[in-house]
Design a protein around this ligand. Structure first.
Ligand SMILES: NC(=O)C1=CN([C@@H]2O[C@H](COP(=O)(O)OP(=O)(O)OC[C@H]3O[C@@H](n4cnc5c(N)ncnc54)[C@H](OP(=O)(O)O)[C@@H]3O)[C@@H](O)[C@H]2O)C=CC1
Ligand SMILES: CC(C)(CO)C(=O)C(=O)O
Length: 305
């Protein structure tokens, strides 16, 4: 399968490498600085699931150099999405499907409007990964799960080919054709609580849950997000909210969100894309989300966009 990875950061580098190792033809579509780094250092993955090195990853900076794209894996941050639209238009005109794995929800309708509904296959991932100073991927979680699912019949074939490709890796991959919107909302619910609280207090999850008054804020965000999903026709059940709480309670005490890791590194944050997006969606439905409002206000100064 010809896969273009747009956004060779933590997720793009990780999943792109796994698919490449399994035999896919993977091209990293990157900007100049990252291209130089990848040409100089190659791309390595350090992971408890197995290290991987490609000394000469296939790197391009010009979309026109990509001839037969079948699938574009979009793994940029929310604040960079708009800059990718022109490239994505060129690639979809050449026949590619687009699989975004950004956290959040707002990018899905944006991509559907720009590229057409049939081009966009929603996806998400559960993994903890980051880039080191040399641009190599550090995978720090025991999980590396990717979920995707078709919204149109025409996407069925590419989704099952991707499922087969993932089957040749040890990724945990779910082709969730009948419930992908539910999966997206469930993750959005979890991430707004987890990234919100860890980023706001600048602490990993351990000290957050040692303080019930602090942990309660995360719990309340879960409930607000559950209500919001309901307004958009997706049921995140009470049991699923309890499972999200349980996950927060069971994570390694040092575990933290990618947003909090970015705050620690003084990198830009997806505050507007994640929490800001949920607040806009709530406003459109006329519902109050006071805990989201408060956490959004607290993390906004660290956004740096
Ligand atoms: N990291 C994690 O553990 C997880 C992240 N996520 C989500 O996945 C998404 C991606 O996160 P992550 O992989 O951490 O992000 P990273 O910041 O590590 O990677 C994003 C990459 O996108 C590149 N990029 C931005 N704009 C363009 C462009 N126009 N053309 C080509 N490349 C571009 C950046 O390159 P450049 O160097 O040029 O800026 C950067 O390398 C986010 O929405 C995040 O919330 C979800 C689950 C876990
Ligand atoms: C919660 C987690 C680590 C799961 O993948 C995540 O998506 C993030 O921190 O951005």
């Amino acid at each position: 399968m010809q896969i273009t990875v747009l956004g060779a950061g933590a997720l793009g580098g990780y999943f792109g490498s796994r698919w490449e190792k399994a035999g896919a033809d993977v091209t990293f579509l990157v900007r100049e600085k990252r291209a130089e780094q990848l040409r100089r250092n190659g791309l390595k993955v350090f992971s408890s699931k197995g290290d991987y090195t490609n000394n000469k990853p296939k790197v391009v900076t010009d979309t026109h150099q990509i001839d037969h794209p079948e699938l574009v894996f979009v793994s940029v941050k929310g604040y960079h999405l708009q800059n990718t639209i022109d490239d994505l238009k060129i690639l979809t005109e050449k026949g590619a499907y687009v699989l975004p794995v950004l956290n959040g929800m707002e990018h899905i309708p944006v991509l559907q409007k720009e590229l057409g509904n049939e081009a966009v296959i929603p996806g998400l991932s559960f993994i903890m990964a980051t880039l080191d100073d040399s641009g190599h991927v550090i995978h720090s979680s025991q999980f590396h799960r990717i979920i995707f699912g078709m919204l149109h019949d025409s996407q069925k074939e590419i989704c099952s080919r991707l499922e087969n490709l993932c089957g040749k890796t040890d990724l945990e991959a779910v082709n969730s054709s009948d419930s992908i919107l539910h999966e997206l909302w469930k993750k959005y619910t979890f991430i707004n609580a987890f990234s919100g609280i860890t980023t706001a207090v600048d602490l990993p999850i351990g000290p957050v849950r040692e303080n019930p008054d602090t942990f309660r804020i995360a719990e309340q965000i879960l409930v607000e997000m559950q209500r919001l999903a309901g307004q958009y026709g997706v049921t995140v059940s009470d049991k699923e909210v309890e499972e999200a709480k349980k996950t927060l309670r069971n994570l390694d005490p040092e575990a933290t969100s990618s947003m909090h890791q970015d705050r620690r590194k003084e990198l830009p944050l997806e505050v507007d894309h994640l929490h800001g997006g949920a607040i806009r969606l709530a406003k459109d439905k006329g519902i109050d989300v006071p805990y989201l409002d408060a956490i959004h206000g607290m993390i906004k100064p660290f956004e740096r966009i």
